[in-house]
Write a protein that binds this ligand. Structure first.
Ligand SMILES: Nc1nc2c(ncn2[C@@H]2O[C@H](COP(=O)(O)OP(=O)(O)O)[C@@H](O)[C@H]2O)c(=O)[nH]1
Ligand SMILES: [Mg+2]
Length: 361
């Protein structure tokens, strides 16, 4: 569990790739995945895709070695572009530290680009965030199209605020890492201004820096010695038990060790996958149930504590957990209920993943 280093000088940030449907958000994440050293990234998870359309979202954890003396953990998300998935977009946008707006250079897509940007502004405003001051990078995608709109036109139509711009052809991978670097720089600078991340420190003081976004909260929790819950030995214990159980077996699969059997990462991931599949097949009730099971198992990794304490350790929002539990008790879940359930499960897995205790599937 070397990743569970609360003494590390580390910052975690959530970055959301926003933009209209088919502008190239999923492609961008895939190319980032392919370009980043395997040791510096987790697995990309694409939740509920139908054909090449993202119905829910994609997720990719990436680690950047050093930015201003800090190791940076990024949680990258895409949103579904289709107009009717606004509820999902709002969820994914929650707690974001920065946005890459992926615009489609196809002339026919200009109107959709404008609509999507207006939608971003509105969804940010609803969360009490002023778009004008929020870290945004514009990614002009599909620059390989012969008919691509001139960049100056995209700039005039979409970027009156003068945010950084990067030209990309995501399908070939061109520019995607520049885009990621640009938003990372912007987010770090923003967090420094908010004094969440200090400027370079003269001595390597062991300390943990946190951002407001995903994953950060868990690490903040682990760091907080004054917390009402004990330090998370339970995490070490559970992880160690699972790892020991693993090495005990010739086939490498975790052995059933009483209650820990339920903690086996395979079981956890099976539920996550089942939730994903159920969503794709339109079985929203099963999706909710499977998501709740995945969350319960994720929480169990936080040690031998009552459910609320586990939720607190992994910073799973109590209200979210309550709503998810309620949803699992009613028949006939709606698509937005299932989307919500998947989101809560993914957050829990992401936080678990950030602790470094989630063994590879
Ligand atoms: N020509 C071209 N096509 C692209 C580019 N990036 C993505 N696409 C294509 O656009 C379509 C939609 O891409 P996708 O990443 O799924 O869009 P999303 O809805 O924003 O996630 C796919 O067929 C991609 O292959 C690009 O830079 N150039
Ligand atoms: Mg997509």
């Amino acid at each position: 569990v070397s990743n569970l280093n609360v003494l590390a000088r580390e910052v975690a940030a959530k970055i959301v790739f926003y933009g209209p449907g088919l502008s190239g958000k999923t492609t961008t994440l895939k190319k980032i995945y392919e370009s980043v050293r395997p040791s510096n990234r987790g697995e990309m998870m694409s939740l509920a895709t139908e054909g090449d359309r993202t119905l829910f979202f994609d997720f990719l954890p990436v680690k950047v070695e050093r930015v201003n003396d800090c190791a940076v953990r990024l949680a990258l998300y895409t949103v579904p572009g289709q107009v009717f998935y606004n509820a999902t977009r709002k969820l994914v946008l929650q707690g974001a530290d920065g946005v890459v707006f992926v615009a489609d250079s196809n002339p026919a897509a200009l109107e959709k680009n404008l609509e999507s940007l207006a939608n971003l502004e509105e969804n940010l405003r609803e969360q009490g965030i002023a778009y004008e001051n929020f870290p945004v990078v514009f990614q002009w995608n599909k620059r390989d199209l012969p008919s691509a709109i001139p960049v100056s036109d995209l700039h005039a139509a979409l970027n009156s605020r003068g945010a950084p711009e990067v030209e990309t052809a995501a399908a070939s991978g061109r520019g995607v890492l520049e885009s990621l670097k640009a938003i990372t720089r912007l987010v770090i600078r923003d967090l420094q201004q908010k004094s969440v991340v200090p400027s370079r420190s003269p001595k390597p003081t062991p300390m943990l820096q946190v951002a407001s976004g995903l994953e950060a909260q868990l690490q903040a929790q682990l760091e907080d010695q004054t917390a009402v819950v004990p330090a998370p030995e339970g995490i070490h214990t559970a992880a160690a038990a699972v790892l020991n159980a693993r090495s005990d077996r010739a086939d490498g699969r975790p052995r059933g060790v009483g209650a820990l059997g339920a903690l086996a990462p395979t079981a956890l991931l099976d539920y996550a996958r089942a939730a994903d599949t159920a969503f794709a097949m339109g079985d929203f009730t099963t999706c909710v149930t499977a998501s709740l099971e995945a969350v319960r198992r994720a929480l169990a990794f936080a040690g031998d504590h009552p459910l609320p304490t586990q939720a607190y350790l992994l910073r799973v929002d109590g209200a979210d957990l309550l709503r998810l539990t309620e949803l699992s008790n009613i028949a006939g879940a709606r698509p937005e209920d299932a989307a919500f359930a998947l989101y809560v499960a993914m957050q829990a897995l992401a936080r678990l993943n950030a602790t470094g205790i989630l063994p590879a599937p």
